[in-house]
Design a protein around this ligand. Structure first.
Ligand code: GRF
Length: 196
């Protein structure tokens, strides 16, 4: 049973899915938000999970990351899951949690890293998009992919319809990928996600 901390900044729909899917492989012991009013905090509290707010304003990235790191270690976190966490983490933080830090991104990585993914996917006329769960490495959205899910892009899709379709797929994908990691069925090996 791995002790998991989830980092959020917003509504926390993935957090909700991760809470609902907890099983013998992982338990969410802490939710940290850098945003005070993040909707996901309510989801955590309703589930009886400890929450902490670590604001990022008025401090350096390194100072912010050091506070995060201290809170995670004090809680005895073993795995750290980014779920709509809108801060870029410093190289030092990422190295400190190497192989134990994962993120979900709403594209078929390595395609469409970064922001405004759905706008770009629609503008490019793609017929398919999806979501990827990956190990976090210092370069943004560049870590080895653990699991992906694909969805069709329809001709009349808007950012809202496409992001909604992908989000629904994320809610299955993220718990599945976390269970693989928590139960030792995947690990970061050099620069790839090794399935065991
Ligand atoms: C999701 O689209 C995820 O892929 C991205 O941020 C969004 C988070 O949504 N990284 P939620 O807060 O989990 O609802």
């Amino acid at each position: 049973m791995k002790r998991v901390a989830v980092l959020i900044s917003g509504r926390g729909s993935n957090l909700g899915a991760l809470i609902a899917a907890q099983d013998a492989s992982y338990k969410i012991i802490l939710v940290i938000s850098n945003v005070e009013g993040a909707g996901g905090l309510e989801k955590a509290r309703a589930a009886g999970i400890a929450t902490e707010i670590v604001p990022h304003g008025g401090k350096s990235r390194e100072a912010f990351d050091a506070e995060l790191d201290a809170a995670l270690r004090a809680a005895g976190a073993e795995l750290v899951v980014l779920a709509g966490f809108m801060r870029i983490l410093s190289d030092g933080f990422v190295r400190g949690w190497e192989g134990r830090l994962i993120n979900i991104h709403p594209s078929l990585l390595p395609a469409y890293r970064g922001t405004k993914v759905h706008e770009r996917v629609i503008a490019a006329g793609e017929s398919e998009s999806g979501a990827s769960v990956h190990f976090v490495v210092p370069e943004l959205d560049a870590g080895p992919v653990i699991a992906q899910t694909r969805v069709p892009v329809h001709e009349d899709d808007t950012v809202e319809t496409l992001s909604g379709r992908i989000l629904a797929a994320e809610h299955k994908l993220y718990p599945d990928a976390l269970k693989l990691l928590a139960s030792g069925k995947v690990r970061l090996e050099k620069d790839r996600a090794l399935r065991l």
